[in-house]
Design a protein around this ligand. Structure first.
Ligand code: ZN
Length: 404
């Protein structure tokens, strides 16, 4: 395993304990590479399947079960809450709503802290502990903060979270407080909170935003678990919400590794869906993708993806090109309508997750996706992550009924 520049044309290789997150040569983000790893696909499938029956905490984790593709650690350093192992659910009402015959939800909101962030955090906090970090920090729209706070608490490391004041769900703030995090409120949006945190060089904080390549490694295992649930036969599409694009980057990296290891023989097309009020990636792709087109004041009901300057945009672009993928945006009205349908499937999710169903519906309407395509939509956050918006929507509906 080595740490290297994610731009293959640059190829700079760094020491594993290198403390910055961008390449000193070209400024691109770094990544972990398992160069030269030539596994036996059949043996791995069997080993991973056997681990599901084990009671070893590492085997019980849906991340560490796939540790052959993760950085190596001493067993006692691993910080786990037995994350992962999330179900792949049929979407009985959502499928006809979107105009599909076969739609499934991979619900990452059913993780220990209620969001997909736990999958990357278990590896990143393990890395922090093995480096001897005393304080970990992140800027967050709420889910990263809650996840980092929980795993830091498990590891006995202080957690400091930088949050955009008044712009995130109160449930997420409450969750971070409960896990004992120190909260630093920033006047501004997520992008400003991240800049503010990053400007504190030499503060002794180890940063755990998704620019941290160890986060991406844990996040990657979503695709391993998904392909295993599909009996190693890929769906036609995987649809993901797009915020800071760490998830899309991780899934792209996973699909490359799965394919080159011979674990799957084809990859799904990746669809990245953003909110129309926070759509820098969609704009960037539309403009030819030579430079990032930022959104100065992102605004959407999907606060988890209200991000105007996603740091991982080049990695996400590479994932899109590797999978012959698509990027599109949907309005807040489309997001909330789709969210209500996911609720009626008995599943529920936070608003950002519902961009997936809204995006699929749009692709069907525009004739860009076949009705009989097998589609997996990745839901990223639990329904209780943002109760205020549910109550507001239902209050508005009640008010509208009274007026009639
Ligand atoms: Zn470089």
């Amino acid at each position: 395993m080595q740490l290297r520049c994610s731009d293959s044309a640059c190829g700079q290789v760094l020491k594993r304990d290198y403390s910055a997150f961008s390449c000193p040569e070209c400024g691109e983000l770094l990544e972990i590479s398992c160069n030269g790893f030539r596994p036996d696909a059949g043996m791995l499938r069997q080993l991973w399947s056997e681990r599901r029956r084990s009671n070893d905490p590492l085997d019980r984790s849906g991340v560490w079960r796939f540790r052959e593709f993760l950085p190596e650690y001493n067993r006692e350093d691993v910080v786990t809450l037995q994350e992962g192992n999330t179900p792949l659910l049929s979407a009985d009402r959502s499928a006809p709503y979107a105009g599909l015959t076969k739609l499934q939800f991979k619900h990452l909101g059913w993780n220990p802290t209620g969001s997909f962030k736990d999958l990357g955090m278990t590896v990143a906090i393990t890395e922090a502990r093995s480096r001897g970090a005393k304080v970990v920090a992140c800027a967050s729209t709420g889910n990263t903060a809650a996840s980092m706070a929980a795993y830091a608490a498990r590891a006995g490391i202080r957690a400091r979270v930088y949050l955009p004041k008044g712009r995130l769900s109160r449930a997420k703030v409450a969750q971070s407080l409960d896990y004992g995090a120190e909260i630093v409120e920033i006047d501004g949006n997520f992008d400003q909170a991240l800049s503010s945190m990053m400007s504190k060089q030499n503060s002794g904080e180890y940063f755990l935003n998704s620019i941290n390549p160890f986060r991406i490694e844990g996040q990657k295992t979503v695709m391993f678990e998904l392909m295993e649930q599909l009996d190693w036969r890929s769906s036609d599409y995987v649809v993901v919400p797009g915020g800071n694009l760490g998830n899309s980057s991780a899934f792209g990296k996973a699909l490359k590794e799965l394919r080159s290891a011979g674990l799957i023989d084809r990859v799904p097309r990746m669809v990245i869906v953003q909110a129309a009020g926070a759509n820098p990636f969609v704009r960037t792709v539309a403009a030819g993708a030579r430079a990032l087109t930022t959104v100065a004041n992102p605004s959407t009901c999907a606060s988890a993806i209200s991000i105007g300057s996603p740091r991982s945009w080049r990695k996400a672009l590479s994932a899109l090109s590797f999978t012959d993928g698509l990027a599109l945006d949907v309005s807040d009205e489309e997001i909330l309508a789709a969210k209500a349908v996911i609720g009626r499937d008995g599943i529920g999710c936070e608003p950002a997750s519902a961009t997936t169903l809204a995006g699929i519906k749009r692709l069907r309407q525009d004739g860009k996706m076949q009705a009989d395509a097998h589609v997996v939509a990745v839901l990223t956050g639990h329904v209780l992550k943002d109760p205020d918006i549910i109550l507001k929507v239902h209050d508005d509906l009640t008010a509208a009924k009274v007026e009639q």
